[in-house]
Design a protein around this ligand. Sequence first.
Ligand SMILES: NC(=[NH2+])NCCC[C@H](N)C(=O)O
Ligand SMILES: [Mn+2]
Ligand SMILES: [Mn+2]
Length: 301
Amino acid sequence: MKKKQVSIIGVPMDLGQTRRGVDMGPSAIRYGGLYERLTDLGYTVHDKGDITVDILENAEQSGTSNLKNLESVTEASECLAKKIEQIITDGHFPLVLGGDHSIALGTLAGVAKKHKNLGVIWYDAHGDLNTPDTSPSGNIHGMPLAASIGIGHSALINIGGFSPKVKPEHVVIIGARDLDAGERKLIKEKGIKVYTMHEIDRLGMSAVMRKTIDYLRERTEFVHLSLDLDGLDPTEAPGVGTPVAGGLSYRESHLAMEMLEESSIITSAEFVEVNPILDEKNKTGAAAVALIASLLGEKLL
Ligand SMILES: NC(=[NH2+])NCCC[C@H](N)C(=O)O
Ligand SMILES: [Mn+2]
Ligand SMILES: [Mn+2]
């Protein structure tokens, strides 16, 4: 029998925001035992190592307004997109380790090039739907979802040479609890499906995931999971740069991964924003590993 193949790619990116240390996220997740966890599940694991990313000291500053480190972020994104394309061509499951959430620009460019009719699950405390005009910070990690639906600065929109990567009505955001004014406006205008913490509290994670899976099954053929560890509550995932109180529990997050695994809809995934400098004994890195394992089939019994 042919074994299932997973290709891992690390993106040591910290230029999409300003808290240093998130570039060490891929190492922290690997250190948490990822390779062994996946081989134990029966996967053949190809760790392709890390993408080359500029360090802050050498990042070019063109001063493009409200877009910090734009050149270095787009350069790494183009490189990541090509690697992802190759992984999908090889028939492997792409698993991307971040790095701040700006890396989704490259991941989605690569995935969308190969997979038409793509859906995206954005598991996050934030919407990451800002543009340079609406961003309160100028941090690109707050913009990748907007850029992927074709809104924002042309340099971000056109990674991979095409736009959009995904239709707004094929996006589901889960866990949101810190949305900026411009993001709320965009959500309403574009009809993006969002399960905020309010809906998750009311309906429960099980119903939310059932609805999410049905919604994307009806509309798309492939689904990318972009999981920001700050979607979890900071007590359970303290190693993130932009923590927001009142988040998803460790168990709710596992249930979400288990239901996605059962549904077989996920065709690529990324786990981002793990910052070991801000973490407590790699708690957040270990949580990432455990969630990846659940997503890829690890069972409690
Ligand atoms: N991927 C993230 N953690 N994003 C946080 C974004 C925070 C804020 N909304 C901003 O745009 O600056
Ligand atoms: Mn976030
Ligand atoms: Mn995010």
